[in-house]
Every structure is written in C-alpha cells, then in structure tokens.
Design a protein around this ligand. Structure first.
Ligand SMILES: *[C@@H]1O[C@H](CO)[C@@H](O)[C@H](O)[C@H]1NC(C)=O
Ligand SMILES: *[C@@H]1O[C@H](CO)[C@@H](O)[C@H](O)[C@H]1NC(C)=O
Ligand SMILES: *[C@@H]1O[C@H](CO)[C@@H](O)[C@H](O)[C@H]1NC(C)=O
Ligand SMILES: *[C@@H]1O[C@H](CO)[C@@H](O)[C@H](O)[C@H]1NC(C)=O
Ligand SMILES: *[C@@H]1O[C@H](CO)[C@@H](O)[C@H](O)[C@H]1NC(C)=O
Length: 212
C-alpha cells in the first residue's frame, strides 16, 4: 500500500518495457508481489494486456513467460479482472499444449481460476483448441497436470450445469474446447482413468464420471 501511495506502481510497471529480459522479469515479479493487495490490483490491471503480449510473444518456457503467467494467475484469484483475459484464452491453450511441465502447470493454475467463474465459461468452451489437448487426459501424464485438467473439466461442468450453458451449444464451432470436452474421445479417456493407479486421480474421475 505504501509503494502505491508513493506512486511506485507505474515506476515498476514501466520497467516492463525494458529490452533487458532480466529487468522485465524482475518487474513482473515485483508487480506479482504488489498484486496481493486488492487496491494495487486495480492499478496493475492496466498492464495486463502488455503482460499478455510478453507472455504470448516471448520465448516459450522463458523466465519472463513464467513470471508473466504467475502475475496473471494472481490477478485472477478474484473474478474482478478475469474478463481482461477474454481475448487471450486461445493463446493460453496454445501455451498449455506447447510448453514444458513447469509452463503447463502455471497455465493450468490460471485456467483453473477462470474455470470457476461462470462468466468465463462461454469464452473457455468457445476457444479454438488443438485436438492434442485430449492427450493431457492420458493415463501416463504427470499427476500434477492430470489432476488439474480433470479439475478444469469438473469446474466447467459445474458452471455449465448452474448456468444452463448447454442451451447455447450450437454457437460453439468445430475445433472448440466444447467439442473436445464433450466428444466421445474425451469420454473414453476419462472412463479409462477410472482405473488409474493413483487414488487421487481415481477420486477425481469418480466425481466427474456421472456426467457421461
Ligand atoms: C540486464 O540487466 C542485469 C541487471 O541489471 C545486468 O546484470 C545484465 O548485464 C543486463 N543484460 C544485458 C544484456 O544488458
Ligand atoms: C517478492 O516477494 C518475495 C517474498 O516476500 C521476495 O522473496 C522477493 O524478493 C520479492 N520479489 C520482488 C521482485 O520484489
Ligand atoms: C500468488 O498466489 C499464490 C496462490 O494464491 C500465492 O501462494 C502466492 O503467494 C501469490 N504470490 C504473490 C507474489 O503474492
Ligand atoms: C522448462 O524449461 C525451462 C527453460 O528451459 C527450464 O528451466 C525448466 O526446468 C523446464 N521445466 C521442466 C519441467 O522441464
Ligand atoms: C485461484 O487459484 C488460487 C490457487 O491457485 C486459489 O487460491 C483461488 O481461490 C482461486 N480463485 C478463483 C476465483 O478460482
């Protein structure tokens, strides 16, 4: 709060323009620390589109990308600023599918926050997502990723149920997340996970499976 009152947030925010990646990364980390304060978040939100540009145009798995994803995750802990990510959802899924393990986990934390918000459901389900997304539901996928993609599905299901979003099904195009999640291939994969060796995975699957 003191840093904000002394006008520090724009000073830190402008450091994101630095061509030096090390400085950019530290600016993102400092904004992330500042973002624990809700009033700071109101000032930090003006940087969200720039952070997204850095995250989605910068090198995959880079320190800047991860720092940016962490900041975006902490800016979406409440529902207040989530809509600022509306136009970047397809990019998020692209980084999810191409990034390495650390990147995947960080993108999933962000997507999980969005998936709990019914106002984001239509945007998530309408995102164009490569069909390789379904391979994240394979039995051999790392538990920290598998549990999160299952929770993602569970959260979206819950929102669909409460909001009756299935009524708008015809508006989703082929190639959208909707068609992947509610297609036969995904149903088969999730049924197969019911006999997974890990108890937590099994438990999660049992919670989702009545949907099929
Ligand atoms: C970037 O900034 C850091 C920290 O000031 C410095 O150590 C490093 O040499 C700089 N890198 C380049 C390429 O200028
Ligand atoms: C952010 O906060 C952590 C924990 O308090 C601290 O270790 C770190 O140095 C801070 N980073 C920046 C860039 O301020
Ligand atoms: C970001 O959010 C996570 C999860 O809520 C929390 O553990 C972490 O301390 C936050 N990071 C900062 C720098 O506030
Ligand atoms: C992902 O890539 C980054 C940068 O190359 C590396 O530091 C990190 O250890 C990698 N993480 C995993 C889980 O492979
Ligand atoms: C976002 O995720 C964090 C943990 O990563 C959690 O503490 C927080 O409650 C979530 N917020 C929402 C709105 O889902």
């Amino acid at each position: 709060a003191i840093i904000r009152e002394l006008g520090g947030i724009p000073i830190v925010g402008n450091k994101m323009n630095s061509p030096n990646h090390s400085i950019k990364e530290k600016a993102l980390n400092a904004l992330n620390n500042l973002s624990v304060n809700v009033e700071n978040q109101i000032m930090i939100r003006i940087y969200i589109s720039q952070v997204c540009e850095d995250v989605f145009s910068g090198p995959l798995n880079s320190a800047v990308q991860l720092a940016g994803l962490r900041l975006l995750t902490n800016m979406t802990v409440t529902n207040d600023h989530q809509h600022l990510l509306d136009s970047y959802i397809t990019d998020l899924f692209h980084v999810l599918l191409t990034g390495n393990g650390s990147t995947k986990v960080q993108v999933l934390k962000l997507l999980l926050n969005l998936s709990e918000n019914p106002a984001m459901t239509e945007g998530l389900l309408g995102a164009q997502v490569d069909s390789s997304f379904l391979s994240l539901y394979d039995g051999h996928v790392a538990k920290e990723i598998l549990l999160r993609v299952l929770t993602l599905f569970q959260n979206i299901n819950n929102c669909v149920k409460t909001e009756d979003h299935l009524a708008i099904q015809p508006t989703f195009t082929k190639g959208s997340l909707f068609f992947l999640l509610y297609g036969e291939e995904c149903a088969q994969k999730i049924r197969a996970l019911a006999s997974h060796h890990d108890a937590d995975v099994k438990e999660k699957v049992v919670a989702i499976i009545p949907k099929f």
